[in-house]
Structure formats: structure tokens, C-alpha cells
Design a protein around this ligand. Structure first.
Ligand code: NDP
Length: 339
């Protein structure tokens, strides 16, 4: 069983060498006495920014730190090989938290989702039909309280979550602008995802001026993915009664000990802005409702999804590290096996 393990807790930007490829023997069955467990073959693994926060020794977070020497844990799409839970049988396809290895023993089936619809790419269950998709759905519809005609700004807009938030907001009748870190990503936002406007934040000497140019009448909704300087610039451009859904702050994850401060926080008061953090795990009860909405949109071609696919378990460390320099274009997936 090939696996990717964390070498030691990580300081600063993660590097490929923070993870190691190891091999160990595996028995392809659920051990006796392990109830409600499944032994799975991992097919597609998801690289998600929050995984960086688990490479750090943290307390008090919803996600526990990884154990140095143990396989990295993350979302994935898997096929059941053996099961001690009567609700899961051999051959079933599932998505949920698994290990970065060829085969994993998942000790509790709680939190696993059975895949019922297979007439879409299976890898979509790491993205649009999995955790990031549910995040975009609950973040936009539940946390942002959108109204038709609202002006919406999304940072890290071409990524796994952002590309969906933008498309949902367009379908809802909002004016949508995104920021991303390269010309190609900006083109994608405008031409493929049909955002009204987009800019490359790395080439804007003054983020405040860029936002003023794109939003001459201010921002009603900010879908926050990056934090730091961008958040500060956005705060100064929010409209009265605006809403900020704090999904993530990737610019801070490599330096959690000394987070970057914001100067414009008082704008929350002056403009009566509501800023609310949320975690997708609190919204998984909406997953069936989300699938009901999004599957027809995919099949009718009303929503598109861009993935960045890395081949082989060995490529997983580099794929994960790439999220922090913006190397991924769209949802970063790792293929371990196709069936
Ligand atoms: P992406 O697919 O968007 O990948 C990360 C992207 O972030 C990179 O491609 C890069 O794009 C951008 N980025 C990296 N470093 C920086 C930086 N220092 N400043 C600005 N941008 C940066 O990731 P996801 O869509 O999966 O995740 C987006 C956000 O949503 C993250 O903050 C993540 O933690 C959060 N999240 C939160 C969840 C929740 O439950 N609250 C669930 C899922 C995700 P670019 O080239 O544009 O810079």
C-alpha cells in the first residue's frame, strides 16, 4: 500500500519535501471487531487549502492536526472493497474523508456519502459535487442572503469554490466580479464562467482602486477566500447593509502565528455590514437539496466546472503545495486510480 505521510509539522509555505512516499503491507479486508467500517480503494483525492492548517500543531480548530508519520487525510472518491456496515457493500462508490494512500480503512462510515449519480465525471465528487460545491452553495445561498441585482465580489475566483459561487451568483441575477492571480485565470473568469468583470490582483498596484473601477457603486456581497490585504481593500468598498461570507483566508494559512491585521474593520459598523464565518460541515444536511439543484444545471450545460488533474499518488504533494502559489487552474484533483 503506497501512502503519502506528513514528515513533520510545517512552518511557513508547505514544500513537497514536507511529505514522504511510504509503502506498507495492507490486508484488503475490514479487521474483525471493527463495526461500521469500510476498506476502500482510493480513486480521486482532493487537494484543499485547509489541509495546510492541519500540517501545523493547532488546538481548538474544527479540524485536528495531522500526525507526523501518518498518511495525510483529505476528501476523496473511493470504491468500497470490504465493509462491516450493512449500508455499504462491495463495489459501492463513496466520497468523504479518506487517507492519501492506495487503500484506506475508514473506521467509521459516519460522514461518508454514497455516490448515486455516475453519469457525470466521478472526479466531480471531489469538487462541484463534493465538499467545495456544497461550500459554494451554502456560502452563497445561506450566508450571503443574495438579492437579484446585488453586486458580488469573489476572491480566488477561479478555484474550486470561487468558480461556482460566481456562476451561482450570475444565474441568480447578480453583477459578478472576481479576482485571480494570472491573466489566464482572468480570461477563464470572463470567458468561460461569464463573470461580468475580473482582474489580476497581482498586477494591481492599488487593490482599492481596482475595486473602485469594477464597482463604482460599491459591493453588496463579498465572498471571502483570501483575507489579508484584499479583505482590507474590500471593507472600504462595501455598501450599506452589505454581507461578507468568510469562507477562507488562504493568504494567512502559511503564517497562522502572526496573522495580518486589517485597518478598515470599522467599516463593519459604519456601513452596518454583516460578516459571517461558516464551515461547510454544518451544512451537509443541505447536500441532497444541493444535488437536486446542481445536477440538472451540469447536464443542461448551465454550469461548467474546470479541474486541474494531477496523475498518480506520487504527484499529490506537489499538487497540494501548488495551491499556495496559485499553480492550480480550477479544482485540484489527484488521480490515484480510475476504477
Ligand atoms: P482554490 O481552488 O481556489 O485554490 C487556492 C487558490 O488560492 C490558488 O489557486 C490561488 O489562486 C489562491 N491563493 C493562494 N495563495 C494566495 C494568497 N496568498 N493570496 C491570494 N490568493 C491566494 O481553493 P478552494 O476553492 O478549494 O478554496 C478557496 C477558499 O475556500 C480557501 O480559503 C479555503 O480554505 C476555503 N474553503 C472553506 C471551506 C469552509 O467550509 N469554510 C470549505 C472549502 C474551502 P490565484 O492564482 O487566484 O492566487
Amino acid at each position: 500500500n503506497k501512502m503519502i505521510v506528513l514528515k513533520d509539522y510545517v512552518k511557513g509555505s508547505p514544500k513537497e519535501s514536507d511529505m514522504l512516499l511510504k509503502t506498507s503491507a495492507v490486508e484488503l479486508r475490514v479487521p474483525d471487531g471493527c463495526h461500521n467500517a469500510v476498506l476502500v480503494k482510493n480513486l480521486y483525492l482532493s487537494c484543499d487549502p485547509y489541509m495546510r492548517t492541519r500540517m501545523h500543531k493547532i488546538e481548538g480548530s474544527y479540524a485536528q492536526s495531522y500526525e507526523p508519520g501518518s498518511p495525510i487525510v483529505g476528501y476523496g472518491v473511493c470504491r468500497v472493497v470490504d465493509s462491516s456496515d450493512p449500508n455499504f457493500k462491495n463495489g459501492d462508490l463513496i466520497w468523504g474523508l479518506t487517507g492519501w494512500e492506495e487503500y484506506s480503512l475508514i473506521k467509521s462510515t459516519e460522514g461518508l456519502f454514497k455516490i448515486e449519480h455516475t453519469d457525470v465525471p466521478l472526479s466531480y465528487y471531489t469538487g462541484i459535487l463534493g465538499m467545495p460545491g456544497t461550500t459554494a452553495y451554502c456560502g452563497f445561498y445561506e450566508v450571503c442572503s443574495p438579492k437579484k441585482g446585488d453586486t458580488v465580489f469573489i476572491s480566488a475566483a477561479s478555484g474550486a469554490v470561487g468558480q461556482l459561487v460566481g456562476q451561482f451568483a450570475k444565474l441568480f441575477g447578480c453583477y459578478v466580479v472576481g479576482s485571480a492571480g494570472s491573466k489566464d485565470k482572468v480570461d477563464l473568469l470572463k470567458n468561460k464562467f461569464c463573470f461580468d468583470d475580473a482582474f489580476n490582483y497581482k498586477e494591481e498596484p492599488d487593490l482599492n482602486a481596482a475595486l473602485k473601477r469594477c464597482f463604482p457603486n460599491g459591493i453588496d456581497i463579498y465572498f471571502e477566500n483570501v483575507g489579508g490585504k484584499m479583505l482590507d481593500a474590500v471593507l472600504g468598498n462595501m455598501n450599506m447593509k452589505g454581507r461578507i461570507a468568510v469562507c477562507g483566508m488562504i493568504s494567512q494559512y502559511n503564517n497562522l502565528e502572526e496573522p495580518e491585521g486589517v485597518k478598515n474593520l470599522l467599516c463593519l459598523v459604519l456601513k452596518r455590514v454583516r460578516m459571517e464565518g461558516f464551515i461547510v460541515v454544518d451544512y451537509y444536511h443541505l447536500y441532497p437539496k444541493y444535488l437536486e439543484m446542481v445536477l440538472p444545471l451540469i447536464k443542461q450545460g448551465k454550469i461548467t466546472y474546470v479541474e486541474d488533474v494531477a496523475e498518480g499518488l506520487e504527484s499529490a504533494p506537489s499538487a497540494l503545495v501548488g495551491l499556495f502559489s496559485g499553480r492550480n487552474v480550477g479544482k485540484q484533483v489527484v488521480v490515484v486510480a480510475r476504477e
